[in-house]
Design a protein around this ligand. Structure first.
Ligand code: NDP
Length: 494
């Protein structure tokens, strides 16, 4: 019998029991590591104690995944799809429960989980289950016939952050399992609950024991033990650039291919010929999820000729971004995840203010107290200042102006990051030119956050290595083998 905690619906949804154990092989397993407390960012309430996997248990999980691999790989994409479709269906069927739990656990807006994120999690599984079936064998005809085979790679270690654990975990679990791999998932310490529920849903869907394993725990113990395992075929990591470097080092030691989706400090460029109202609304939208979004456009870079006018529009567009309990209707900005994150965010803001920056809006904790922070825009900032150069990961934007297209590009490209960029202009020619000059994995022109599952997603420079999405995810989770056959060299058909 697994240990459980209960997330109460409190009028926002059902009461939900959640296992606090790991899931290894086909069973719930109590952790042998140091247990840790899970608290809710909404009101600081303790939700219970989560188990932690010891290094020996992480090894056991990898062994379970290794043992389950041959049969899962041999099942083939079509039979795997049948199971994965049930998995996706199970996620959809538990939308109300997953939404209540995710919001309690990480403070994301309840309505966003109910309307978008849980559906997207199910779609992550469905999309790749179908993709694996549809992937055509690649033939390259030349002096020889090249048959390109995609074979499942083996055991994949998946590590995800707290800002969208369900969505980001399924974004990795989907392609890994669909391609025929088995996985060990390490959820984030600050928001581990929805991933625990995924294990139950996977089991109920008939995913065989050992194919999907969850090891709970801290990054420094459980996460580190996972990336140091020798039996891994892939490591797929989403998180900060600092941790990404550590993951990259461990992967290099064992020569394990690693995909690293890391931090960002994305520019949001507004030209004078843009639809300024639309651009202003999208600037304000960067406060969504309390700014705890890797690809948020946190550096507003606006044409000096319209800066004053644009400032008025942004102030107005930001008004509906009401701070408060993320379960309450009308609230658009929930809490930061953890007291350490509040301290970090406010530290950046106060240091910037002390160095001469001015608050256009916000500039400190919100009147609600707790982990709530005011949507903040800081202007009069220097390009080389800490607030412009470093990822804050809170509802904090900087504001700079430019006098020419070249200057806009220089400012936009002037950090170590390259995850995304937003660009608002009425000119197709300018859009093409500037998009070509931006260093970013994704450039959104006159839009934001439109992410097609088939489109490549990832970062340049310190924002990561590799791309996820569609064929890119599928290729990453496969060993690609080219079989080159001499033309007309066979004497028998079979
Ligand atoms: P962290 O890098 O701190 O943690 C990410 C994950 O790595 C967590 O599960 C964490 O565990 C784990 N971890 C920590 N240390 C280790 C270690 N030594 N070995 C293995 N795993 C470890 O990031 P945050 O959770 O703070 O997430 C915020 C960051 O994630 C931001 O920088 C953000 O930009 C980035 N991000 C990037 C995205 C992208 O697609 N590019 C998307 C979303 C976020 P634990 O939680 O227990 O510490």
């Amino acid at each position: 019998m697994s240990q459980q905690l209960t997330i109460e619906g409190e009028g926002f949804g059902p009461d939900v029991p959640v296992s606090t154990d790991c899931f290894i092989g086909a069973e719930r397993v109590a952790g042998e590591g140091e247990p840790f407390e899970v608290t809710s960012p909404i009101d600081g309430r303790s939700l219970g104690t989560m188990c932690s996997a010891s290094a020996a248990q992480v090894e056991r999980a990898v062994r379970a995944a290794t043992a389950a691999f041959p049969a899962w790989a041999a099942l083939g994409p079509q039979r795997r799809k049948e199971v994965l479709m049930r998995f996706a269906q199970g996620i959809s069927a538990r939308k109300a429960e997953l939404s209540v739990v995710e919001t309690r656990d990480n403070g994301s807006l309840l309505i966003a989980n109910q309307k978008r994120l849980v559906d997207r999690a199910a779609q992550n599984i469905r999309f790749f289950a179908e993709f694996a079936c549809d992937a055509p064998p690649v033939m390259i005809a030349g002096h020889v016939d090249n048959h390109v085979h995609h074979a499942p790679a083996g055991v994949a270690a998946l590590i995800t952050p707290w800002n969208a654990p369900l969505m980001l975990s399924t974004w990795k679990v989907g392609p890994a399992l669909a391609a025929g791999n088995t996985v060990v998932l390490k959820p984030p310490e600050w928001a581990p609950l929805s991933c625990s529920m995924l294990a139950d849903i996977a089991q109920q869907a008939g995913i065989p024991g050992g194919v999907f394993n969850v090891v709970q725990g801290t990054g420094s113990v459980t996460g580190q033990a996972l990336i140091e395992q020798t039996g891994l075929a892939r490591i797929s990591f989403t998180g900060s650039t600092d941790t990404g470097r550590r993951v990259g080092k461990a992967a290099a030691e064992s020569v394990t291919p690693a995909s690293l989706e890391l931090g960002g400090k994305s520019p949001f460029i507004v030209f004078a010929d843009a639809n300024l109202d639309e651009a202003a609304k999208t600037v304000a939208a960067q406060f969504g999820n309390a700014g705890q979004v890797c690809l948020a456009g946190t550096r507003v870079i606006v044409d000096a000729r319209v800066a004053e006018d644009f400032e008025r529009r942004v102030r107005k567009a930001a008004e509906p971004f009401v701070v408060g309990d993320p379960r309450t209707r009308g609230v658009r900005v929930g809490p930061l995840i953890h007291p350490r994150q509040l301290e970090r965010v406010d530290g950046f803001v106060q240091r910037a203010l002390a160095q001469g920056a001015k608050a256009m809006i916000g500039g400190g904790p919100a009147e609600q107290g707790g982990l709530y922070y005011q949507p903040t825009i800081l202007h009069k900032v220097e390009q080389q200042s800490e607030i412009v150069q470093h990822e804050v990961f809170g509802p904090v934007l900087t504001w700079q102006t430019f006098g020419s297209e070249d200057e806009a590009l220089r400012l936009a490209n002037g950090t170590e990051y390259g995850l995304a960029a937003m660009l608002y202009t009425g000119s197709a020619g300018r859009a093409e030119r500037v998009a070509a000059g931006l260093v970013a994995g994704t450039v959104w022109v006159n839009c934001f956050f439109v992410r097609d599952l088939a489109a490549p997603f990832g970062g340049a420079r310190s924002s990561g290595i590799g791309r996820e999405g569609g064929q890119h995810s599928f290729d990453f989770f496969c060993d690609i083998k080219n079989v080159a056959i001499a033309r007309d060299s066979f004497t028998e058909e079979s």
